[in-house]
Write a protein that binds this ligand. Structure first.
Ligand SMILES: Cc1ncc(COP(=O)(O)O)c(C=O)c1O
Length: 431
């Protein structure tokens, strides 16, 4: 995926736009995530353009990448946000986002999540169960407020994606059946703090066909029509979630959003103008706009393979260990013709065999200190990272035009145990 989203070789070295990744690594160290903000803005614009003609708002799914300057940039370009917790809410508020363009999603919103959402003035809450609706209503009523709510439909629609990122089937914990939604709507008089504004779904991630969206939309519209028989919903909202498939390599093809917009138009027909359509794109705006720059720690020949051990591990980029995701790997120094190819098992330093990025991966011969980039690491990279093995969180750098900045410093050692306490009682005498 080199060349995509602004990463390319210039004068034999990998650059993001005009900025050399080697220079960034020399200044900031490794492992370091680098995001191309111009590419994120470009993807956002393409997303919005695909739904032109509909009354549409895009709410970036913050869980995909929660870098503050990245959120700030999207907010400046008019994006709304899908926040999945009060932590994400406070992040986007810090980034200067407008709560009136936010929807709070999540299958288990806590009292504190809902309270903070109401206090901040988020536009919508996507409720996933009757119990959650009651909690939202109780908290809002106590504050003498009314919360605008979308009920999340579980359409029981399968998607051809990894089971860990599929969310729209009846065996999944997400959303409610159409029947449950109808009965909840019928009892909504008992929810004085809630105003039902429409329905939502989210089918999963990395979906490459418009078909599941069409199937889910059909059920959503019928269910919405049913509840509109009992409730007065003057400006109904349909939220189709995110999940729009992204090409991580040359064999995959990004989902054509125009086909989804077309399904919405054809299913709503002449009524389309009466509806507000929300989307919650995450991965599709940021996946290919980020790389993880990492250094070779060791090259280690074993009986039947050669391990290339990097200084980035599964704690920095969990996707390969979590769901066998594949990221292209390229050296920062452009390979020259005629160089020998070595088929490496590319791994991290974490004490888990799952800490493997690729097996038998063709690369030029690399040595300790050489730099490589794991491509398409902009989505669910840092946002899923951890300090497992007490490894500090990686730094984050953002490139914008001909300039770059550090968005997040590399975590310092003392930050690793900030807030932790040692035993206070004196050491007991030993026998
Ligand atoms: C409710 C909801 N909306 C949107 C998204 C974003 O999905 P994607 O990053 O695949 O676009 C997710 C991802 O899990 C989600 O749970």
């Amino acid at each position: 995926m080199i060349d995509a989203d602004g990463f390319s070789y210039r004068d034999g070295m990998l650059h993001c736009g005009t900025i050399s990744l080697t220079e960034i690594a020399a200044r900031v160290g490794t492992p370091t995530y680098v995001y191309n903000l111009d590419s994120v803005v470009q993807r956002y614009r393409e997303h919005v353009t695909a739904f032109e003609g509909l009354r549409h708002h895009a709410c970036f799914a913050v869980k995909a990448n929660s870098s503050l300057p990245l959120l700030q940039m999207l907010a400046r370009h008019g994006a709304g946000f899908d926040v999945n917790s009060r932590g994400e809410l406070h992040r986007v508020l810090r980034a200067g986002a407008d709560p009136a363009r936010m929807t709070m999603t999540g299958v288990g919103k806590s009292h504190a999540d809902i309270t903070d959402g109401l206090d901040a003035g988020v536009a919508l809450f996507n409720a996933e169960s009757a119990s959650e609706c009651r909690l939202i209503s109780d908290i809002a009523a106590e504050k003498q407020m009314t919360a605008d709510v979308l009920l999340r439909l579980n359409p029981d629609v399968g998607t051809d994606t990894h089971p860990h990122i599929s969310t729209g089937e009846s065996s999944h914990k997400f959303g409610m059946t159409a029947g449950d939604i109808r009965s909840l709507a019928a009892q909504s008089a008992w929810l004085p703090g809630v105003r039902i504004r429409g329905l939502s779904f989210h089918l999963g991630s990395q979906i490459f066909s418009p078909e599941p969206y069409r199937e889910a939309l059909l059920l959503l519209i019928t269910t919405l029509d049913d509840i509109c028989g009992t409730l007065d919903i003057p400006d109904p909202v349909i939220d189709i979630g995110g999940g729009f498939g992204v090409a991580y390599n040359d064999e995959e093809q990004t989902l054509d959003l125009g086909l989804i917009a077309e399904s919405i138009r054809s299913l709503l027909g002449s009524r389309a103008a009466n509806f507000t359509i929300l989307t919650e794109p995450g991965r599709s705006l940021v996946a290919n706009a980020g790389v993880l720059v990492t250094a070779v720690e060791h090259e280690k020949p074993a009986r039947d393979r050669i391990f290339l051990i990097l200084d980035a591990g599964m704690n920095d980029l969990l996707r390969p260990a979590l769901y066998a995701a594949q990221h292209d790997i390229v050296p920062l120094r452009e390979p020259e013709g005629g160089q020998t190819t070595v088929f490496y098992d590319v791994v991290g330093p974490v004490c888990e065999s799952a800490d493997t990025f690729a097996r038998r991966y063709p690369l030029p011969q690399l040595r300790r200190g050489d730099l490589v980039a794991l491509l398409s690491a902009g989505a669910y990279g840092t946002s899923m990272s951890s300090t497992y093995n007490s490894r500090p969180l990686a730094a984050e750098v953002l490139v914008h035009g001909n300039a770059w900045m550090i968005g997040r410093e590399r975590q310092q050692m003392e930050d690793l145990f900030r807030g932790e306490h040692l035993l206070t009682e004196p050491e007991a005498p030993r026998d």
